[in-house]
Each structure stands twice: as C-alpha cells, then as structure tokens.
Design a protein around this ligand. Structure first.
Ligand code: 4AD
Ligand code: MG
Length: 455
C-alpha cells in the first residue's frame, strides 16, 4: 500500500504542499455538518493527528460522515497548506476508503478513562494519547541508552534469562521447570538441576567486563518480590553497565552522564509528547527535567543521610537508625524535600547490601550507591565490586552461600583481578521519572505484578 506517514507531513510540510498524497490511520474523531466533514486521523507515527476534510459530493459522503472513532481508513487527496487556519495544513480528501469499521462497543470511544480501567484493556490502551506519549518515550529512551553507551565504546552483552545463580542473593526468584506440579526432584528436570529466571545480569556482565573493559546489558529481569507497590513489577527491564578499572566515583559519573543524556535525547526527540505529559500528567515535568539536565547530582554517604533524616523522624512511618536500609519514604524525603534533585547515597552498611560489594576499610560499610530521584525514589542501584578473592570468599562464607555455584565468579578474582564497578538502572523507573506517570504498570506495555498477569 503506497502511502505517506503522517510524521513525514509534519516534518516536511512545505515539500508536500499542493501534492496528491494518501495517508492511512485510525479515526480519532469525526464531525460533520450537512455539506462538510472533518476527520481527525492518527497513524501512530506522530503525536498529533492529521485533519482530513471531506465534502458533500465525495463518494460515500453519507457513510463516511457516520464513521465512529477507532475505524481504520486510507484517505487520498491534496495536501493543503493552511497558514491562516487553526492547523498549519490539512488533507482535502478526494476519496476515503474504510479499511476496518469500528462500532460503538469500542472502549476508547469515550474520551477520558481512568488508568486503572485502561490497564484492563492493555491491548487497546496504546491507542490512547497518554500511552502514545509514554510508549514513544519508552522507545526513544532505549535508543538513548544504547547511544550513550555505544558512543563511549561499551560492548552490548546479552546475558541469559534462565540462570542457576541468584545474582542478588535475595532469593526472590521464579523457578523454571518442566516438572509436573508437586514434583521437585530437580535432578530429573530439564537442565538436571534447579534454575530460575534472572534477577540481574550483573554477575555475567562482570565476566565480559573483565574481557572488554566496558560493557552493558539491557534486558528483561524478573523478581518474585511480593511488594504490591506502584514502583515494583515482577517483570521489568534493567540496564547494567559494568566497567573495569573504575571505582565508585567513576561509576556515579557514568550514571549521571547517562541520565542527562537520556533527558536531553528525549527532550529533543519527543517535544510534543513531553508537552502533553507536562500539561495532563505532571505539571512540574518539564521544569524538573530542565533543572536536572543542568545541575550536579548530590553525592552523600549513607551515614550523612541518616544524620540529615534523623531530625525529621516524626514524619516517618518506619524508624530510621544507622544500620537499617532506607525506606522509600526516607529516600523520597532526601531527594524531594532536602535536596530537590537527584541524590547519590553511597557507602551503605555491609549487612543491608549484596555479597559482591567492595568492603570499605572501616569494616562496616560497602562501596554501594543508590541514585534517588524526586517522585520515584531509587532508580539506580550499583557498587564497586569486591575484587579481593579472600575478602569475597570470607563474605560469602559468612552469608552461608554455596561457593561451588560461584566458581566462575571467583575466577575473575583469581585471573587478573581489577577494581571494577557497575550499576543497574531500572528502565521502568526512569520512564516514570521522564513521563511523570506514577504507576509502573502504566510505563510497561503488558505489566506483570504480584497477583496480576493479564494477557
Ligand atoms: O538495586 P538492584 O536490586 O541492583 C541490582 O540488581 C544490581 N545487580 C545492579 C548492578 O549493580 N548491576 O536493582 C537495580 C534497579 C533498581 O534501582 C530499580 O530501579 C530497579 O532495578 N528495580 C526494579 N524495577 C521495577 N520493579 C522491581 N521489582 C525492581 N527491582 C529493582
Ligand atoms: Mg537496590
């Protein structure tokens, strides 16, 4: 079917002025009087729809004027520049073909729906304006991330989705098995032992970082966390760079550079989408993104964070004292109330963090970092890795880990060990930040969360 994308018309309107063209798309709205009608047609290539004008006398005028929104059409006509009109141009239709009718049971005929309702029709919601904006930004953000790392010479590594090791040591994994329900003799299972869906590609990432120096992964991640919050999904995407010859400060530089690059890229490539979200979803969005682009992220230690938060302990549900993990309410207080910008919190107590983190000389803390942002809380978790074989082994033994499962990981410390660091960016978390959407279910096409896996 020869036709023009609506985006091309918006990008190069002058080139098309006065020309005969065909566009295809779905009717967003249709209004007509006795002798003229206006279809607003969107094809998903551009945020704004194209206005198609049809006049009495055109073949099928009667039936076109009755078309309901949602119908698929192709429209042939003259692309007309209308510098004095409400829109800069329109298509003066000569012929409109109905490719697919849509009746009044189509759920999106009503203009405004709640996000809760739209989640129940996740197969149709990408046609709604908000989701057109969100999922275009999702695609652009993925591109920005690849560009950022590729420009810096990072190698993209595909780490496995099925794995035998619990990378985070938190035990929140989904088992993968072909055994009938109730039979747990994994020796008879498909792989001959127990395997799960990955919670992180990091440990595999480290193997490639000690070969290519700078690598990143970008893939789906699974966590059977039973926390039914607006920020947790059971299936989400994570970006995990891993850098050899890098300490925690280098790690934060890369993270900060990446976030600024993403914001810049999305602002350049999705201005209409951001404008819409700023108007409809989060009125502080553009101001916040502009501010973040031009300011330095705060960097404070966990110990300092506890000191800063302690005077406000009346305002928290969870009591805070040195040694306990920061809760979302503490994280948000730091980034939203105290600093009003992204904050890196570093050097957490060893006991609240994963086994692989570099032990600090104080014997109490590890070289960990979380990046907290207003509105969302934690979007990045990372660390310098323990590169000393003896210290790593001692830690794993203290935690009662099965060393035999991690021999490959220990080999990296046996054969040419180097200081190295990395982090994990939650893809949906940064999308919440970029779009102002407040529920993770609304930035992933088909959400999977505790108790819910529709479609
Ligand atoms: O802090 P996390 O658990 O760190 C890791 O997995 C490390 N292996 C990363 C690394 O150093 N390579 O997870 C990283 C990020 C979090 O900051 C958060 O943004 C996101 O992943 N995340 C989730 N996003 C949505 N739903 C969940 N259940 C998430 N759990 C973590
Ligand atoms: Mg974390």
């Amino acid at each position: 079917m020869k036709h023009t994308d609506i985006k091309e018309l918006f990008d190069n309107e002058k080139d098309f002025g006065g020309k005969d063209i065909t566009i295809c798309g779905w009717v967003k709205s249709n209004r007509s009087s006795r002798n003229v009608g206006f279809l607003s047609v969107g094809d998903g290539t551009y945020f704004s729809p194209l206005q198609v004008v049809y006049e009495e006398g055109m073949e099928d005028y009667e039936s076109i004027s009755k078309l309901l929104s949602g119908a698929a059409v192709s429209c042939e006509g003259i692309f007309t520049l209308t510098p004095d009109g409400r829109q800069p141009f329109e298509l003066s239709a000569k012929k409109i073909n109905v490719l697919g009718e849509c009746d009044n049971t189509y759920p999106l005929q009503k203009k405004r729906h709640t996000f809760e309702y739209l989640r129940t029709i996740s197969h149709l919601r990408p046609r709604a304006n908000t989701f057109q904006a969100v999922f275009r930004i999702r695609s652009l953000t993925a591109m920005a991330i690849h560009e950022y790392f590729q420009n810096l010479g990072f190698v993209y590594v595909h780490t496995p989705i099925i794995t035998g090791s619990d990378a985070e040591g938190a035990g929140e994994m989904f088992s993968v098995t072909t055994l009938p329900a109730g039979e747990a003799d994994y020796a008879n299972d498909f792989f001959g032992h127990h395997v799960s869906l990955t919670v992180s590609g990091q440990l595999y990432g480290e193997t490639y970082a000690t070969a290519f120096k700078k690598i990143y992964t970008f893939g789906p991640t699974f966590r059977a966390e039973n926390s039914n919050t607006a920020r947790h999904a059971a299936e989400f995407w994570m970006i995990e760079p891993e850098i050899a010859f890098a300490d925690l400060a280098d790690d934060m530089d890369y993270a900060e550079g990446m976030i600024k690059y993403i914001i810049d890229y999305v602002m350049k490539n999705a201005p209409a989408e951001l404008e819409f979200l700023n108007e409809r979803i989060d009125t502080g969005l553009l101001e916040r993104l502009n501010h973040v682009k031009s300011s330095d992220f705060e960097r404070i230690t966990y110990t300092k964070a506890v000191e800063l938060l302690t005077p406000h302990s009346d305002e928290f549900k969870y009591k805070l004292s040195w040694g306990v993990e920061l809760q979302t309410e503490h994280e948000r207080y730091l980034t939203e109330r105290i600093f009003k910008k992204p904050v890196f919190v570093t050097d957490y107590p060893m006991d609240v963090k994963a086994f692989y983190m570099k032990q600090n000389p104080d014997g109490k803390t590890v070289a960990a970092v979380d990046c907290l942002v207003p509105g969302v809380g934690e979007i990045i978790g990372g660390s310098q890795r323990e590169d000393d074989l003896d210290k790593l082994l001692a830690r794993m033994n203290t935690l009662g880990m099965d060393i035999s499962e991690y021999e490959y990981y220990l080999d990296l410390r046996r054969f040419g060990t180097v200081p190295h660091s990395g982090f994990g960016l939650g893809f949906e978390r940064i999308l919440m930040y970029l779009t102002g959407m407040s529920n993770i279910r609304d930035v992933i096409p088909f959400p999977r969360t505790a108790g819910s896996c529709e479609l």
